[in-house]
Design a protein around this ligand. Structure first.
Ligand code: C2E
Ligand code: MG
Ligand code: MG
Ligand code: MG
Length: 280
């Protein structure tokens, strides 16, 4: 097929490949300086209890406002940060900042921080978690670490060890984007995850009455319940989706319907408003 289209395809293909590589290289150069230039910010997205609909935690989500490239999507810069291992220093900044913010919230409010596989493979990574907790004074029970199934691909033993150490500190661990990656139930048996986050693609599928998505959510909820784990439905965008995942038995809900990722000041303002509204 490539031969049939001949030289024209060849001429357009090569320059665009080159442009992609060049764009990537420029992004990487900027990413190397992003921390020192203070170009990162954290946003916080509320997670609510499925039945009571009160906020139980916030997920910290990294934002990059690059002087060179404008706002760059995490879908673009997180993979690049992982490939270059820049995610290690950047991730430490995220941990510290998230804890620093959460320590000012009401005493039951948790913060969830995404951690990449690359970070878990740093020897003694849990030390960084402990340092962030000590430096900020956040109690370990209020920090949840979110990991995806992909962390078990390269060095499962090392990833597991890091997670065990984080659990030993008193933090909890959530399994993010469940069902989208390389799913093996072995590590669910061997590690005590507190929450399984059901990926938005299943929530969307179920909302469109896709029988497979519905069956998968039911199965994941049943598995989590029998293992004593919570489930969070991700990416719930409207009242119908919220009602559906509640009926399916998900314990927590996250998504635009209850709140978009917001600046730290707005999260704090939301919390103080909620606090006052519950005072009788
Ligand atoms: P994630 O951890 O699964 O985070 C949830 C993503 O879904 C976020 O995208 C959030 O903005 C988006 N989202 C939440 N509710 C809805 C909804 O109702 N509808 C839709 N369409 N989207 C919704 P975001 O912020 O672009 O982050 C993308 C991914 O980048 C995250 O997925 C996570 O894997 C990664 N990421 C973000 N911050 C960090 C970080 O600090 N460290 C690491 N290692 N990865 C991060
Ligand atoms: Mg996450
Ligand atoms: Mg997720
Ligand atoms: Mg995701």
């Amino acid at each position: 097929r490539a031969k049939a289209t001949g030289g024209a395809a060849h001429r357009t293909y090569v320059p665009s490949l080159h442009a992609d590589a060049e764009e990537r290289r420029q992004l990487e150069v900027s990413l190397r300086h992003a921390l020192e230039r203070k170009e990162f910010r954290l946003n916080f997205q509320p997670v609510v209890h499925a039945m009571r609909e009160n906020v139980v935690s916030f997920e910290a989500l990294l934002r990059w406002h690059s002087a060179d490239h404008g706002v760059v999507s995490p879908a673009k810069f997180i993979p690049l940060a992982e490939e270059t291992r820049l995610i290690v220093p950047i991730g430490n900044w995220v941990l510290y900042e998230a804890c620093r913010e959460a320590v000012n919230w009401p005493s039951q409010m948790r913060v969830a921080v995404n951690v990449s596989g690359e970070q878990l493979l740093v020897p003694d990574f849990s030390r960084n978690v402990a340092d962030a907790l000590i430096a900020t004074g956040l109690p370990p029970e209020r920090l949840e670490i979110e990991v995806t199934e992909s962390i078990f691909l390269r060095d499962p033993a090392m990833a597991r060890q890091s997670l065990q150490e984080i659990l030993a500190l008193g933090c909890s661990i959530a399994l993010d984007d469940f069902g989208t990656g390389y799913s093996s139930l072995g590590y669910i048996r061997n590690l005590s995850f507190s929450t399984i986050k059901i990926d938005r693609s299943f929530v969307q599928g179920a909302a469109q009455n896709n029988p497979e998505s519905l069956a998968i959510i039911r199965a994941v909820v049943a598995m989590a319940q029998s293992l004593g784990m919570n489930t969070t439905a991700e990416g719930v965008e409207n009242a119908d989706e919220a009602a559906m995942v509640r009926e399916l038995g998900c314990s927590k809900i996250q998504g635009y319907h209850f709140g978009r990722p917001m600046e730290a000041e707005d999260a704090a303002r939301l919390l103080s408003r909620l606090k006052h509204s519950t005072v009788i």
